[in-house]
Design a protein around this ligand. Structure first.
Ligand code: HEM
Length: 88
């Protein structure tokens, strides 16, 4: 995974709803570590982020047909790092 690519993918596709790691649709479901531990299916794991990006959930669209495998791996790694190190 390429973190610079991940940041680019995030800004182009995710920031519309997740600017600054927030969630403009369901405000408590942020991309902070504590929120991911609480709400993400599978908990705070890289694989769980990849799964949700590929498949979507509720009002969040699925990206499997819109982003390449490399883009999905990279954006998930970017989100995981931002949350792990409280960089949002
Ligand atoms: C939830 C990532 C794009 C709307 C989440 C969560 C992650 C995530 C990791 C889990 C957060 C949590 O449970 O606390 C991403 C990434 C995106 C993306 C990496 C780009 C590839 C979007 C877009 C929208 C959106 C564009 C709005 C149209 C939502 C909503 C939830 C959510 C509504 C809550 C889902 C639920 O549990 O019901 N997102 N997201 N996301 N995202 Fe996204």
């Amino acid at each position: 995974a390429d973190l610079a690519l991940g940041e680019q993918v995030f800004n182009g596709n995710c920031a519309a709803c997740h600017m600054g790691g927030r969630n403009s649709v369901i405000s408590e479901k942020t991309l902070d570590k504590a929120a991911l531990e609480q709400y993400l299916e599978g908990g705070f794991k890289l694989e769980a982020i990849i799964y949700q990006v590929e498949n979507g959930k509720g009002a969040m669209p699925a990206w499997a047909d819109r982003l390449s495998e490399e883009e999905i791996q990279s954006v998930a790694a970017f989100v995981y790092k931002q949350a792990s190190e409280a960089l949002w």
